[in-house]
Design a protein around this ligand. Sequence first.
Ligand code: MN
Ligand code: MN
Length: 327
Amino acid sequence: MSNETTAGERAERPASIIGPPDARLQLPRFAGPATFARLPRLDEVDHADIALLGIPFDTGTTYRPGARFGPESIRAGSKLLRPFHIGLDVEPWTELQVADAGDVGVTPFDIAEAIGEIETAARSLYDKADSIIALGGDHTIALPLLRAAHAHHGPIALIHFDAHFDTWDNVFGAQLTHSTPFRRASEEGLLALGHCAHIGIRNSLPAASDFEDDRRLGFATVTTLDIARRGIDEAVERVRERVAGLPVYISVDIDVLDPAHAPATGTPEPGGLTTRELQLLLHGLAGLPIVGADVVEVSPAYDHAQLTALAAAGVIFDLLALFAKRQ
Ligand code: MN
Ligand code: MN
């Protein structure tokens, strides 16, 4: 019997894959487990294609704290997600076993120790899951996640959505902060130099030389003004050329969105992307060999009507669809 489907007819979920409860027959969306999209916990499945890992850590923030409450907020915002992804024509959790690995037990008192705990948790998670999507947490967490991804895949082409470079050398002399993860990652040889890109940079910098410092690390930059003037498709094309078929890690700081779309974040910057622009940019990355991802800097004390939580959950759904479409 053929497994092929035609338009309008979708594949049944294989019996081995456990998905969320059916919201029209079993359990309404406002009830049920507090896992991401009410998916199974990792200990309820034999093996996961994708593990969703909460990292409730915000000791690396430089401005407004609170992203330690990001994971629970994103999970709460994910209850409305439905199986079929319209933009990429795929059912992520029909095609992939996705499971929620819970939260890392991470100290709020020592950043270096916390980074070690996150790296250990991520590395051990690879025994049960092929890839990780992390729910932050502030952007500091990208460093240990990139270390774990690099151990499996070698140098990574980073696609970094953010209002900020996060490639400073230090803040108040501290080298491990949410403003420095990609400087450390490039120094440690985790990134494929010349194949990384920032998208969404805007507003103000300490100095014009920040651009040059960043470029020397191997990043290209697509600013929000570039996107406004030249459009989404050109931005997508630049980024796809840049990563050149290397293993891709997508890191999404939710402050890449305008505060009108995502007010609940630690370092808000006006003039950001709309949620729809971010969707189009992400959908444009379909087919790339994505190996890991994170969504960070959701700080729910500043949220209104779950705007940020819903946007962040939607970004994770886009990332899951990208995993389902990767080549
Ligand atoms: Mn940022
Ligand atoms: Mn950031």
